[in-house]
Design a protein around this ligand. Structure first.
Ligand SMILES: [Zn+2]
Length: 164
C-alpha cells in the first residue's frame, strides 16, 4: 500500500491499513450525508501474517439504510452481489467490518455500535470473527479523526492506535 493510514494494537495482535483512495471515497460519502450519520461496509483481505486487515474498498450506505444526526442503520440492499464480485477478483476480497460517521468532534462508540459489532462477530453469516469498526468524526483538518476498534468474537473490543 503506497499511501494511506495504519493502526495497530499495543500488543501487535491486530492491525489495520486503509488506502488513501478508500479514505477519499469515505470523505465523499460523509460530505453528502452531513449533518447526518452515514456508513457502509469495509472489504479487503488480511496480510500474510493474518494480523493486518488491508481495507481495499469501502461501500457507501446501501439504499435501504436509514440515518439521523445521532444514529445510522446500515441496510443490506445490493451488498450481496457486490461482495460476491469482490470475492472473484484476482486478489480475493471479503468482508472486514463496518465504518460509519459521527457528525461530532469527539468520537465515542454508542451502545448500539458495540452491540451491532458483537452480533456481527458472532454471526456465521458474516464469517468474520474479528470485525473492524471504524468511526469517523467531524474534523476541520485532514486527516479526519477516526477511531478504530477490533471486536473479537466473545471478548472485549480492542482499540487500535494510529501509526504515524
Ligand atoms: Zn455510532
Amino acid at each position: 500500500m503506497k499511501s494511506g493510514r495504519r493502526w495497530t494494537s499495543t500488543d501487535g495482535r491486530f492491525g489495520a491499513a486503509i488506502a488513501s483512495a478508500v479514505c477519499d471515497a469515505v470523505e465523499e460519502h460523509i460530505r453528502s450525508a452531513h449533518p447526518n450519520e452515514t456508513g457502509g461496509v469495509l472489504v479487503g483481505w488480511y496480510d500474510d501474517a493474518l494480523s493486518v486487515a488491508i481495507i481495499a474498498e469501502a461501500s457507501g450506505p446501501p439504499p435501504d439504510s436509514s440515518a439521523g444526526r445521532t444514529w445510522f442503520r446500515r441496510g443490506t440492499k445490493h451488498l450481496a452481489p457486490w461482495m460476491k464480485s469482490l470475492w472473484s477478483k484476482p486478489t480475493r476480497q471479503y468482508y472486514l467490518g463496518e465504518w460509519h460517521y459521527h457528525p461530532a468532534p469527539h468520537v465515542e462508540p454508542s451502545r448500539d455500535d458495540v452491540e451491532q459489532m458483537e452480533e456481527i462477530a458472532a454471526s456465521p453469516k458474516y464469517g468474520c470473527p474479528e470485525p473492524l469498526m471504524l468511526i469517523f468524526g467531524k474534523s476541520k483538518r485532514a486527516p479526519r479523526t477516526v477511531r478504530v476498534f477490533v471486536h473479537p468474537r466473545g471478548s472485549e473490543a480492542v482499540e487500535l492506535a494510529e501509526i504515524r
